[in-house]
Structure formats: structure tokens, C-alpha cells
Design a protein. Sequence first.
Length: 463
Amino acid sequence: MSDGGDAAKVFLAAVAARLSPSAAADVARATQFSEIAHRGQLRASGEPYFTHPLAVASIVLEFAAADRDLLCSALLHDVIEDCGVSEDALRKDFGDGVADIVAGVTKFDQTRVGLGGNVKEETLRKLLTAGAQDQRIFSLKCADRLHNLRTLGFVSRSKQLRVAHETLGVFCPLAEYVGLTRFSVEMEHLAYRAAHPLRAKIIERWIERKESFDARRIAMAVRTTAELREQFRHPMSMLSRASRFSHALRLLREQTGSRALFATPSIYFDCDSMNRAYEQIATWHAHAYALPGGFRTDLVGGSVHTTIFLGKHGPVVDLCYLFPPLRTRAFVFEGQGAASLEDLSIVVAGRGEEGDLTRTLRELLRHRSITVLSPKGKPFLLPLSSTVLDFAFAVHSEIGLRARGALVNGRAVHISSELRSGDIVEVLTADQVAAKSDWLEMLRSPRARSKLRHWLRDESRVH
């Protein structure tokens, strides 16, 4: 294995520590297969092409807690398109799972992707269809794009701009929407610097100013409490430039630079375990005021967050303790990720006029989410500004079609009333179906609109 031999050894050692012996052996076989298939090919940087699939597989291993099929697919993702290897050969040598992932990525790659009006919707539909059926395809595409962004300096300026704008327009919001936040953060940082280099430098200088300002505010707030001062002696995380940049970019999009300077400070600490992270959070809660709804845990990403108020005159602060991610499953798309994949499936299945897919997808990706509870406490994730009617359809289509009102936090409201995160909603239903075409204007969720449109079409055929 002459090309990238040292990197391949490090990668395979990490795989051997993570997977079973038989799975690790298959990944080693895929590594050798890829090296031979790409032998003689070079990247724009002049490096052997094999370094690219090896790097993509390494990113997948680090970011996605990957399984055997995904790692093999990452190593082999270009062999069909660039090396003339047939899909049947991959299926025979590495199994259906690997062949299906590689084929899905290859079919998608045959045409450029974007959200501009000059791009074929069917190409975007392929990616969303494949990814909604097997979310590992999203992870592989994001890893592939991330490595290309890391080596973007070796291609022409025109290609840099195309890749950067394509990434900011499609891959970043899509990755964030389906729960691949680590990919999204670094892709956004690299793509933004490529597309807007001068603006990126200004933002990075602003970040340094805000961090210095936040440190002075917090030091003043904790100086009278020994326990809190002690907490700041724990090692703070050297959070990646990408994460800091992504956070600042969101602040500056929502408000002016001077206003954003006073936005809630975010402080990150490193911990060696999840239990230790919880212990540190408990200390904060014992000596500061915890804000309701500010505590959240991301087991897959490896973080515990809390929002606290530091004393009578101190600022509100977001605290995050980072710990090694739990890799109990190859993929965990829960909460927003699971609901998002279902929404994407519905968007892709819809066949309307030209432009409908990109328009609906753009709307979906830009929406933030709220969590609404049923009377029994079951959470439902809905787009921002969702109405009672959206919630009714989320519970069940029949409830949505017969909705006549609701009790929100015990108060009677109309079905068009907008909901907020944390609302407890009980839908009141009529004996007969009450749905009308006018209801489409009340709905924000693609899922709910799809269900109502389907019922309206069936109703028109009956009559």
C-alpha cells in the first residue's frame, strides 16, 4: 500500500479498535481494493487520488460513529465513476449494503447539485430520496464534501466559488437539518471563507473581541462566589475555530455587531466522561440560577448544555461540557433528526410544478423547530410558527381532518393559533370531517400539508 501508507495504517488501527475483527478485516480489504483501483490517478494537489477516499473514510469514522458498510463505501465511493468498477462487482465482493450506498452516491454525483434555478431538480431529488431511505448516504456525501473543502485551495477560483456557494446553499443546511451538526459547522466555516474571504476575516476579529468582552463580564459576576470561581479553573475547551465561527455567524445574522456583542456568552469545558460532565453541571446549578428549558444533552455529539443566571447582577451564560461521544450505535437519528428525515421523504414524494421541490426544500431547511407536548407529555417536533392544526395532523391524520379547536395550556384557542415551544396542546375534534381547502393556508409543516392535499385529492375524485 504505497500511496498514503502511513495514513492507511493509522486509519486501520482506529478501525480495528472500533469494529469487530471480521468487520475490520472487510474495511482493510476495501482499503486495498481502493488503493489498487485508483493507482496512477492524481488529485489537483498532485497527491495520489487514493488519499481522498482514505481521508473521507477517516472523517466518517471520526464524525459519524460509522459501521462496516459505511466505511467500506467511503473507501470505494469513487471506484464506479472513476475506475470503471461495476456495481455488480462491488455487490459480489462487499455486499448489498456497500453497493447500494456507493451506487446512490454515484448517481447523485453525475450532475451538479444546488438550489439555484439552473440546476435540475431530479438530481437533488436523487440525493434526498437515497438519503431519506439510508441516512448513511448523507453522512458519506458530507464527508466527501468536507474533504474537498479542506483541499479547495488547489482548484481554480471559479470552482472554489461554485463549491462554496453550493455547500452554503445545500449541504450545510441539509446536514444541520438531519442532525449531522459536526459536518455542518466545519463545512460552513470553510465554505464561507472561500466564498467571502474578506468578510470572514472581519468576523474572526469580531469573535476575538466578543470573547475578551465575555470573559471580563463573567469574571466580575463570579468573583464573590468561591465555588463558581473554582469551576473556571477547570480546563476550558479549545473549541474549534469552525464552531466559534459558526456561532458568531448566527449571532451576526440575527442582529447588528454591537448588539451581538452583548449576546449570551457561551463557555465550553472539556470532560473525560459523561458522568463527570453531569457532576460539573450539578455544581453550577447548586450555586447559580438555572433557566428552565436550558438543560439539554447530546449523547451522540458528546455534550451537556445548561443555561444559568450568574447572581443578581451577572449575565445569562450558556455552559457546555464536552465529553467523548457515546458510540453505542452506528447511527442515532433521534428527535429532530428522525422527524426531519420523515419530512424530507414527504417533500421528495410530492410531484408538483417545476421548482416546487427546491422551493419547498428551501423553506424546510430555513425553518427552526419548536417542541410541543400532548396532554400525556409526548413531545412533537414542529416547524417554527406551526399552528394547532399542524399539531393535530402530527398526532394523526384523522384528528387533523376533524379538528375544530384546541386547549393550549388549558385555554381554548382556534385551530389557526400559532404554538410556542413547551405548549401543552389538547385537540378538540368534531364528529365529522371538517377539513377544507382553506386550511392549507394555516399549515406550516410539509407533513401536514401533504396529508391534507392527499385527502382533498381523494375527496375530489369521490365527488
